[in-house]
Design a protein around this ligand. Sequence first.
Ligand code: TYD
Ligand code: MG
Length: 458
Amino acid sequence: MAKSKIRYVCSNCGSISSRWLGRCPQCGEWNTMIEEQQPAQVPPAAAHRQRSGDGCKAASLQDIAMEKMTRIATGIGELDRVLGGGIVPGALILLSGDPGIGKSTLVLQIAAAVCDQSGIVLYGSGEESAGQIKLRAQRLGIESASLIIQADTSLDAVLDEAQRRRPALVVVDSIQTMFCNDIDGTPGSLAQIRESTSRLMTFAKTMDIPVIVIGHVTKEGTIAGPRMMEHMVDVVLYFEGERNYQFRVLRSIKNRFGSTNESGLFTMETTGLSELANPSKLLLAERSANTSGSAIAAVMDGMRPLLGEIQALTTRSVFAVPRRTASGMDYNRLIILLAVLEKRIGMNLGTQDVYINVVGGLRITETAADLPIALAVYSSFRDMSMNSHMVVMGEVGLTGDIRRVPQALRRVKEAAQMGFDQFIIPKGNLEDLDRTAFPDCQIMAVATLREAIERAFK
Ligand code: TYD
Ligand code: MG
């Protein structure tokens, strides 16, 4: 009888070590190594015999028949777009996001939509009681009889129920609350999550039934504990947004059945999530026209252009080291832009506190927003306002040059549709645009930051 061995597994990245370490050598996290029993090892010879089954013959790519995928379109357009046209049967979909962002609300709405389209949906929840789910359903106006609720923390019980009922979709509300009776560890522990995910995967593939499973995100932005879950599932969706704003974005980080370029936009209302048809309108709803320190940026969210207001405020600093605060954008990017403004434009920002706010809870990750941010800072510093019908895009280089941005045409089109008629764009993007297509618009191409400032504040 082999001696049972102990091993240590990192709860963040899943790397294995034979002894305990304070810091995981793979991901660098501290205090994440957790003791666990090593599973019984199959001797190499036996393992080889097990693997050498027939049934998996190699075939030429040309001879392989095309698998037919009939996706379940949920009717929630923004979700279907992110999934690449709908839910693929047999797919295991991980939905994660911060606590309280609306994951449970979203899956309940998805469940109801699938009920309408294709019959029974099983909703297994270890987070809430059946009564709580009923209460939420009532609030969302869902009364579908074919939506089966099972408030249970035993994953096997939920899967047994699913075997029996053969629903069109299975939902598991939070992998962290589910547990498998025959596995060691508390719910949410590494071993439990790994085993639960693998059982859900087996279920989805053998029954050809799609499964949506919710996973919580820790404050570092990783799915609590194991990143390894992301490797096991077919689709990883992130639901994000600022909790204090209505604006929510559904993104796919990984999708075995479609692209990861698309994103779905929602707003959280008192009656649940509703699709956002015109995001720019919401983002610009309360914009402060004709005041200094405001610029309109056209940024891409996946393949979709969004217009957002960037606000800047510069004030005399009372400290020896001036403050810089960036909300909705990368702090380091702001520091770079301020340095370029100092050196290339000659602005003395060393005595100024600088605050940046991207309005509406939008998060800017694109360098195309460099120029509007720089112009907003300039506008506040000189106390001069920009034309309220002007939209700006461009990446600012360290030499003060303006570099081209991707998808300039889409950005300009969206802005023109929203009634903007003045544009400052990088010179390099001029060839992407047919100026005659925008006869009522004034399109100004600039090569340097100084030129952009001259055009914006003439
Ligand atoms: P929830 O779906 O429970 O979040 P998660 O499962 O991601 O933790 O919902 C979170 C918040 O959404 C909750 O604090 C209240 C709010 N909410 C609404 O504003 N409108 C609604 O119709 C519902 C159901 C929730
Ligand atoms: Mg929840």
